[in-house]
Design a binder for this molecule. Structure first.
Ligand code: HEC
Length: 144
């Protein structure tokens, strides 16, 4: 009888653990509480991996020109122009651990001039090509 009670408790405990993993994304694959990209961005994936040295190098140049001032050299949100911003620039080093390609592509393309973000993150669409946006995403993934 005792053994059965133990098994029941064990099963209940595993169910709890599973439920907790489900809601927190189970190992960081989900977007935490970030909104899902709109249909025109949803499901987009990068043509590059961080093993692609050319893409990383091209992304680094773009990042240093267009992103460091706010996001900081290592993406920690500590760039000189980012300090006083409210909302504050995101921590990209943390973001790349949890966010999917489509979320990052959307946010960099469209920037923060929309709900729920309402931030000074500048839209890069029309300034950077799609390819360049993927390169900069490839570079920020190296902050992991
Ligand atoms: C003028 C300052 C500024 C510049 C320049 C800037 N950003 Fe941002 N960025 C922000 C702010 C502020 C936020 C946080 C608010 C938000 O999510 O919109 C942000 C948010 C983001 C996010 C979403 C972060 C999250 O946690 O969801 C990404 C990705 C991002 N920036 C990438 C970039 C990249 C790549 C560049 C360069 C091409 C860049 N940003 C240039 C200010 C800036």
């Amino acid at each position: 009888m005792k053994k059965i009670a133990f098994v029941v408790i064990l099963l209940m405990f595993s169910a709890l653990v599973l439920a907790a993993c489900g809601s927190s994304g189970g190992g960081g694959e989900a977007q935490e509480s970030r909104p899902t990209p709109p249909p025109e961005y949803a499901g987009k994936t990068s043509p590059y991996t961080t093993n692609d040295a050319n893409a990383v190098a091209a992304g680094k140049t773009i990042y240093e020109q267009r992103c460091t001032s706010c996001h900081g050299e290592k993406g920690l949100g500590d760039g000189p122009a980012g300090q006083a911003l409210d909302p504050h620039p995101g921590n990209l080093a943390e973001l790349v651990k949890v966010a999917k390609d489509d979320y990052m592509f959307w946010r960099i393309s469209e920037g923060g001039a929309m709900a729920p973000f309402n931030s000074s993150m500048p839209a890069q669409k029309g300034i950077l090509t799609e390819d360049e946006i993927w390169q900069v995403i490839t570079y920020i993934k190296t902050f992991k």
